[in-house]
Design a protein around this ligand. Structure first.
Ligand SMILES: Nc1ncnc2c1ncn2[C@@H]1O[C@H](CO)[C@@H](O)[C@H]1OP(=O)(O)O
Ligand SMILES: [Mg+2]
Length: 283
């Protein structure tokens, strides 16, 4: 019984690899770009096609009805985004769509699996770098089958912090985001970075390349797989107000250690964001 999800975990790794190959191939030909909520919120045919490949493969293997699916493009097309107790796959087919469109080399496939609302495993395939990150609850975190671990830096002055700008360009939000970044930069820290994909950012914390990553505005599919990888690599997840991490809240900080996390939390200017599981709004 303990190993009942091992087959699903192994299968998820293979599906992520296949999806990443599709993305790599698609990146070699012309990419047709469409927009979602605004002119900077991008989506491509590849996002939709790869999500269909992933969910199709999972349904074929595990059945149509036994499992639930939350996928970025399915939710965009009106499917519910509710985490129930049923076995649920949480999928971002192309995390870092803007990077993909521009050829900026961080694009990830993110696949997570939860049972009874608890994340069981997560797979992040950084497909342009060909790095397969994966973790299963209680079994450690790996990159290309090598064990990974968060950094042991506890001094904020020796840290690198990742933050992103998101896709909302309203002046009030942009001002808050930059004000937060300015305050963190002036602590001072060694540097600020951002890969353009939340899933990869989480893996960068998990490998110890950076100490923390925070963002308001991300979605559950951006971070679900990374959440398992972070925890299994010895890191922590919190809400940006220091409270417990909530997958559906659209905000989080991940860090190597609570000392670093708490210091960053002091500087974060929080702005409101609608929960992923809020009742559907038509737009
Ligand atoms: N409204 C939003 N605000 C902030 N980040 C968002 C966002 N929508 C998506 N993201 C995700 O956050 C990271 C960049 O800020 C990306 O992983 C991006 O995922 P995406 O490429 O799948 O859309
Ligand atoms: Mg994403």
């Amino acid at each position: 019984v303990d190993d009942m999800w091992q087959k699903a975990y192994d299968f998820a790794v293979e599906v992520a690899r296949k999806a990443g190959e599709e993305i790599r191939k698609a990146g070699e030909s012309e990419i047709k770009v469409m927009t979602k909520s605004s002119s900077v919120d991008l989506v491509t045919k590849t996002d939709e096609r790869v999500e269909k490949i992933i969910i199709g493969s999972l349904k074929e293997e595990f059945g149509e009805d036994a499992h639930c699916f939350i996928g970025e493009e399915s939710v965009e097309n009106g499917e519910p985004c509710i985490l129930s107790d049923k076995p649920t796959w949480i999928i971002d087919p192309v995390d870092g769509t803007t990077n993909f469109v521009h050829g900026f080399p961080f694009v990830a496939v993110s696949i997570a699996f939860a049972v009874n609302k608890e994340l069981e495993f997560g797979v992040v395939y950084s497909c342009l770098e060909d790095k397969m990150y994966k973790a299963r609850r209680g079994k450690g975190a790996f990159c290309n089958d090598e064990k990974i671990q968060v950094s042991d830096v506890k001094d904020i002055h020796k840290s690198i912090i990742i933050s992103e700008h998101g896709t909302d360009r309203s002046p009030e939000k942009v001002t808050k985001i930059f004000s937060t970044m300015q305050k963190i930069l002036c602590i001072p820290v060694h540097g600020l970075r951002g890969s353009g994909t939340a899933a990869t950012n989480m893996c960068l914390v998990a490998t110890g390349a950076v100490e923390a990553f925070f963002e308001i505005g991300i979605h559950c599919w951006d971070i679900a797989a990374g959440a398992v990888i972070i925890q299994e690599a010895g890191g922590i997840l919190l809400d940006v107000d220091g409270g417990p991490f909530d997958l559906m809240s659209r905000r989080m900080i991940v860090a190597n250690d609570k000392i670093i996390a708490r210091r960053i939390i002091q500087e974060i200017e929080i702005f409101p964001s609608l929960r992923d599981d809020a009742p559907i709004q038509k737009h």
